[in-house]
Design a protein around this ligand. Structure first.
Ligand code: ZN
Length: 100
């Protein structure tokens, strides 16, 4: 991803936002982020999800579908708390750095 260090926090918030709405899995999230102009490879996104789980923002559940299995991530209470704080901060930033 271009400007990775700069934008990775926003990507994490994006992940939390969607994980709060419904369980997400890696490929779905890659497609969703691409829609918003973020081009992330699985090699970037999967470690990000794993780190967010390790840090307590997400929890995962593996579901089997035939011979393959898929890992679904859901937001935790800590994730919801973090998202709430970030929403306030984003509003502040938008006021200063937004285009209007
Ligand atoms: Zn989105």
């Amino acid at each position: 991803m271009e400007h990775h260090d700069l934008l990775s926090g926003l990507v994490r918030l994006h992940i939390l936002h969607h994980a709060a709405e419904h369980p997400i899995y890696g490929q779905w999230m890659i497609d969703e982020l691409a829609r918003h102009g973020y081009r992330l490879s699985p090699g970037t996104l999967y470690p990000m999800l794993a780190n967010m789980e390790r840090d307590g923002y997400l929890t995962s559940q593996t579901e089997r579908a035939g011979r393959t299995s898929r890992k679904f991530y859901t937001i935790t209470q800590k994730g919801r708390d973090g998202l709430a704080v970030a929403r306030v901060r984003l509003r502040e930033l938008k006021g200063e750095a937004g285009t209007e």
